[in-house]
Ligand binder design. Structure first.
Ligand code: MEV
Length: 316
């Protein structure tokens, strides 16, 4: 049995701006997507076909289920390059909004490489996975989530022409007391990326200015992360959040949530496309318990973000 896994992600600074070739900072989380790959049945006999078992649905490859889209594409690309094999591929997912699509592709690639006895570098895994995700995704995507799934940790990511050849990935220090808080609302990244792209067309100069400021925030945040200056990092989060709000990406509920947790935190902001999914906050060490009580009393979902390693595999 081959077992591979890749971490989910959250965006710390530079969402949307990264889609236009600007830098962002993102972190891995210790929620991992698992892929199990078996090419023999329980009696040790070779399998007669390839099957995908994911999100509660089992199907023969190629699968017609939309839920299997990314796995289908990954396997198809592999078969095209290296020839067909029979196996059963099963996944254990992570919640939506935490990078499940990128993690499933990266973990599946690692499992297939192991099955085919291929030894690729992380850069090669990143390039291949990015091609798969680009093909499966409608609209623009920066690829930062794939980079996090491959390399893990906390990274600065920049992809100048939204073209793989220009991807620049730099590892940063881990951040302490970082909390992810569930807004309870699901948002659509594709739609929000399209909306911001239309706004950018309309207000080109204003958005050039906005992205320039976000670049400065990212540069400064990188230094504060590496120097462990969490108070300043929180301030930068608040500034970045204010900009995202001005871009129309916050909601009344998100603003209420952020205002409610303010006393316990150095800063908080939207993480990712906006209008839902998770927000992130950097809390004051001495007020962490109070923050958790505040969230628990209101039945608001949260977890502490512990950075995790990148894609991994084991055979047993
Ligand atoms: C979504 O998690 C982050 C965006 O910047 C889109 C992307 O980078 O692909 C909005």
């Amino acid at each position: 049995m081959i077992h591979s896994s890749a971490p989910g992600k959250l965006m710390l600074f530079g969402e949307h701006s990264v889609v236009y070739g600007n830098p962002c900072i993102a972190t891995s989380i210790n929620k991992r997507l698992d892929v199990y790959l078996n090419d023999k049945n329980e009696h040790g006999k070779e399998l007669k076909c390839t099957t995908i078992d994911a999100l509660g649905i089992k199907s023969k490859f190629p699968s017609n289920f939309e839920q299997h889209k990314f796995l289908n594409l990954t396997i198809a690309k592999f078969f095209e390059k290296y020839g067909c094999k029979n196996f059963e591929l099963t996944t254990k997912p992570i919640p939506k909004g935490l990078g499940s699509s990128s993690a499933v592709v990266v973990a599946a690639v690692k499992a297939l490489l192991t099955l085919y006895n291929l030894n690729w570098s992380n850069d090669e895994i990143f390039k291949f996975s990015y091609e798969v995700v680009k093909e499966g995704q409608k609209g623009k995507a920066s690829g930062y989530d794939i980079a996090v799934a491959v390399y893990g940790g906390t990274i600065r990511y920049e992809n100048k022409k939204i073209d793989i050849k220009d991807a620049n990935i730099k590892e940063l220090k881990s951040i302490k007391n970082l909390i992810a808080i569930d807004t309870g609302v699901k948002s659509s990244t594709t739609e929000l990326v399209r909306e911001i792209s239309e706004k950018r067309e309309k207000y080109k100069q204003i958005f050039d200015g906005i992205f320039k400021i976000i670049n400065e925030i990212v540069d400064k945040a990188e230094r504060e992360i590496n120097n462990e200056n969490y108070e300043e990092l929180g301030e930068l989060m608040n500034i970045n959040h204010g900009i995202l709000n001005a871009m129309g990406l916050s909601t009344y509920e998100i603003e209420n949530l952020i205002n409610g947790i303010k006393p316990y935190c150095y800063g908080a902001k939207i993480s990712g496309a906006g209008r839902g999914d998770y927000i992130i906050a950097i809390c004051k060490e001495q007020r962490k318990n109070e923050l958790m009580n505040y969230l628990q009393d209101r039945k608001i979902g949260y977890f502490e973000i512990l950075q995790d390693k990148g894609v991994d595999v084991e055979i047993y």
